[in-house]
Design a protein around this ligand. Structure first.
Ligand SMILES: Cc1cc2nc3c(=O)[nH]c(=O)nc-3n(C[C@H](O)[C@H](O)[C@H](O)COP(=O)(O)OP(=O)(O)OC[C@H]3O[C@@H](n4cnc5c(N)ncnc54)[C@H](O)[C@@H]3O)c2cc1C
Length: 256
């Protein structure tokens, strides 16, 4: 065990104005068919940043190459110096393989905080729309909404037990719609579009956060514009892309 981040991580963290650290795996737990939780101990509050932030983990893939993957912070526990991540495991990649096999006590190279999407402080309602890869960010962002506020979740899931819940401040208006994928292709936006169409957006000022598959996120962004939201009311980020591994820096490949 090295206890020191790799030199490439230290350099990258410096360039990103972030921190590189070695964290220890405390626990890993299967939460549902598609989502696995990992709790990491390290400089948690430094790495975790504000709600909406993510961290970058460095894994070795099957070919012995090192790749980085990004995961939103689900929770941070300052007293215990731990941070919690929720990773999707319904596919095969270095990240999903790591989280299902990591042993408590093992170490992982982490860079954080990353990300530019935070809670819109002036919005009266917040719409969180996407797939299970967005749960961690959606729930941490929603838990930071000041009451009285409103959180609306429209999340596409593959299995009934993926309808993961969270607890929110009393006084927060919460609406959740889980859309069953029903075997549709991962890049098919039909399910989330119908979930969105079924929901009447409140009349006051809102903000939408769209996280998920590359093509689906793009279509949802235009659907929200069509529903009357201004571009600055939409925070949109592709988290992954059907049929393609994320690039080694952790983002989905953008080129067609
Ligand atoms: C800022 C940011 C925050 C993110 N936060 C989270 C998070 O909190 N939780 C989370 O689970 N993911 C999150 N992601 C997405 C995650 O980084 C990607 O899903 C990543 O591809 C996983 O890496 P991997 O090594 O498991 O699979 P990869 O090697 O990248 O991909 C292998 C195969 O699996 C497919 N695949 C990848 N992800 C998924 C998926 N979610 N569902 C179905 N198929 C998939 C790919 O299309 C590819 O065919 C985030 C991404 C970004 C950019």
């Amino acid at each position: 065990m090295t206890h020191e981040p790799d030199a490439s991580s230290l350099q990258l963290a410096e360039r990103l104005h972030a921190t590189a650290a070695i964290c220890e795996v405390v626990t890993t737990t299967s939460l549902s068919t598609s989502v696995h939780e990992v709790v990491l101990r390290g400089p948690a509050t430094t790495l975790a940043g504000a709600p909406g932030s993510d961290v970058m983990l460095r894994f070795e893939d099957e070919a012995g190459r090192f790749v980085r993957r990004r995961y939103s912070v689900r929770d941070v526990d300052a007293a215990n110096d731990t941070l919690t991540l929720w990773l999707t495991v319904d596919h095969v990649g270095p990240g999903s393989t790591w989280v299902t096999t990591a042993a408590p006590g093992s170490e992982i190279d982490v860079i954080g905080p990353r990300g530019k999407i935070f809670l819109d402080p002036v919005a009266d309602w917040h719409l969180f729309i996407g797939d299970a890869s967005g749960f961690a960010s959606f729930y941490r962002l929603a838990q930071s909404i000041e009451v009285p506020g409103r959180a609306i979740f429209i999340v596409e899931i593959d299995a009934a037990d993926d309808a993961l819940s969270a607890t929110f401040d009393e006084g927060l208006g919460v609406t959740g719609i889980f859309v069953d994928r029903k075997g549709r292709a991962l890049s098919d936006p039909a399910g989330l579009l119908s979930g969105l169409a079924a929901f009447a957006l409140p009349p006051d000022l809102g903000h939408a956060y769209v996280f998920g598959e590359f093509h689906v996120a793009r279509v949802l962004q235009s659907a929200l514009l069509d529903r009357g939201l201004a571009p600055e009311q939409i925070s949109h980020k592709a988290f992954w892309r059907e049929g393609l591994s994320n690039a080694d820096h952790g983002e989905p490949v953008k080129e067609d």
